[in-house]
Design a protein around this ligand. Structure first.
Ligand code: SAH
Length: 214
C-alpha cells in the first residue's frame, strides 16, 4: 500500500507516544512498556491499522503491536489512535526483516499477516512475509505454542505459503480457500481494509493458521 508522501507524516509519527522509536532497545522488555503481563500479539504489514484497532477494542486483556514500513500509511493508524487512545495498542515503523532484533525469545504470542505484499517474481520469494526465511525469523520471537495467522486473496502467494510451511517444518493447524464461507474459520473474523475491498470484488479469501513443529 503506497500513499502519496504526506507532508509532515514523519513529524506526527515522531511525536506520537504510541509509536516506539528505538524498538531494538525494548527487546525482551515489552511487558514493561505495556505495564502488565498480558500476551503480546503483532501484525506485520499493518497498513492503516483497522484490523488491529478492532482487536485491541475487543480484547483489552491482550496487547497489540502494529508494524508498518511506510510512515505515510502508519500515519493513518496513529491519527485514529490519537482519538481512541487504546492502552493496549502500540506501533513500530520498521522493515519486518529486522523483527528478530526487536523482540526477545518467546516474547510474542501470535503473529498476524494480512494481505502481505505478493512479490510475484521468483527471485523476490525471500521477501514474502510467509517465506521460509521469514518463518525462521518468527521462530526467534514466537512462543513455542504461538501461532501465525495469514490471510490473502492472492492464490499464488497462498499456494507458495502452504509449501513453505511444509519446507520449514511448521505444522498446519487449519486452512481454508474460502474463509467467508467456512463455518468454523469465519467465526469471530475481523475484516482488514484489503479484505473488505477484495471480497467486495468477489475474490475468495484464503487463510491458514500454523505453529512451529517439534
Ligand atoms: N494488513 C493491511 C494492509 C495490507 S497491504 C490489510 O490487510 O488491509 C500490506 C502492507 O504491508 C503495506 O502497508 C506495506 O507497506 C506493509 N509491508 C509490506 N512489507 C513489509 C515489510 N517487509 N515490513 C513492514 N511492512 C511491510
Amino acid at each position: 500500500m503506497r500513499l502519496r508522501n504526506i507532508k509532515g507524516s514523519r513529524e506526527v509519527i515522531g511525536a506520537s507516544e504510541y509509536v516506539i522509536h528505538e524498538p531494538e532497545e525494548q527487546a525482551g522488555a515489552w511487558k514493561e512498556i505495556f505495564g502488565n503481563e498480558n500476551p503480546i500479539r503483532i501484525e506485520i504489514g499493518m497498513g492503516k491499522g483497522r484490523f488491529l484497532m478492532e482487536l485491541a477494542r475487543r480484547n483489552r486483556q491482550i496487547n497489540y503491536i502494529g508494524i508498518e514500513k511506510y510512515s505515510s500509511v502508519l500515519l493513518r493508524a496513529v491519527e485514529k489512535q490519537r482519538e481512541e487512545e487504546l492502552p493496549n495498542l502500540l506501533f513500530i515503523r520498521m522493515e519486518a526483516e529486522h523483527i528478530g532484533e526487536v523482540f526477545g525469545k518467546e516474547e510474542i504470542d501470535r503473529i498476524y499477516l494480512n494481505f502481505s505484499d505478493p512479490w510475484p517474481k521468483d527471485r523476490h520469494a525471500k521477501r514474502r512475509l510467509t517465506s521460509r526465511e521469514f518463518l525462521a525469523r518468527y521462530v526467534l520471537i514466537l512462543k513455542k505454542e504461538g501461532v501465525v495467522e495469514f490471510k490473502t486473496d492472492n492464490r499464488a502467494l497462498f499456494d507458495f505459503s502452504m509449501e513453505e510451511v511444509k519446507e520449514a517444518g511448521w505444522k498446519l493447524l487449519a486452512s481454508t480457500y474460502d474463509l467467508h464461507r467456512d463455518e468454523t474459520m469465519r467465526e469471530g473474523n475481523v475484516m482488514t481494509e484489503y479484505e473488505e475491498k477484495f471480497s467486495a470484488m468477489g475474490n475468495p479469501i484464503h487463510k491458514y493458521i500454523i505453529c512451529q513443529g517439534d
